[in-house]
Design a binder for this molecule. Structure first.
Ligand code: URA
Length: 211
């Protein structure tokens, strides 16, 4: 597994505004989209392309085009939806599948309550969108889900990761070269409610309200 921590002044600036509890939901949503577009730039460095011939108005030329099958972007409901616009701004030809995952409070297992994805992902490069990699268990489940369906590689884009969540991920998929995680920052710990500290609070609530 490769961890890509994107260091860029604009990323740091936007993340700081996101962390601030005084930031209004409309600004928060807008900044998430902008930040994800910056992370997506790094996350798509390995996206598959192939050489093509085109004609410019002046002459023939060789260029590059995204290779089929198209990349698959998979927001994890609910908060991952807030990252979709930013991702599609950078990768507009991607297909979009959906995963709804929630932790069962009694069994502590991750349960998939919604899924809209092709059964066969053979050869597909997949991009999971989940803003908060906290305990890591949802992301581990989502990565394994996509790999089992044949994904060629899986890149998880998160705004924030917590160190314990990254350790969980490392234990689950650390030996796989086909898994990547791209983050704007790594925070050191989780609190008793598994919120990232200092974090930015509940990303879903800050995007969509407490429902
Ligand atoms: N999910 C969130 O939205 N925030 C956290 O801090 C942890 C998980």
């Amino acid at each position: 597994m490769e961890l890509i921590h994107v260091h860029h002044p604009l990323v740091d600036h936007k993340l700081t505004v996101l962390r601030d509890k005084a930031t209004a939901p409309s600004v928060f949503r807008h900044l998430v989209a902008e930040l994800v577009a910056l992370l997506a730039y790094e996350a798509t460095r390995q996206v598959a392309i192939e050489e093509i011939e085109i004609e410019t108005p002046v002459s023939k030329a060789t260029g590059w085009a995204l290779k089929e099958p198209r990349p698959m972007v998979v927001p994890v409901l609910r908060a991952g939806l807030g990252m979709l616009d930013g991702m599609l701004a950078v990768l507009p030809s991607a297909e979009v599948g959906f995963l709804g995952m929630v932790r069962n409070d009694e069994s502590l297992e991750i349960e998939t309550y919604a899924e809209r994805l092709p059964d066969d992902l053979t050869g597909r490069q997949c991009f999971i969108l989940d803003p908060m990699l906290a305990t890591g268990s949802t992301v581990v489940e989502a990565i394994e889900y996509l790999l089992k369906r044949g994904a060629r590689d899986v890149t998880c884009i998160s705004i924030l990761a917590a160190r314990p969540g990254l350790e969980t991920l490392e234990a689950a998929v650390g030996d796989r070269a086909d898994v990547r995680v791209v983050v704007a920052a790594v925070d050191e710990k989780l609190n008793d409610h598994n919120y990232i500290v200092p974090g930015l609070g509940d990303a879903g609530d800050r995007l969509y309200g407490v429902v």
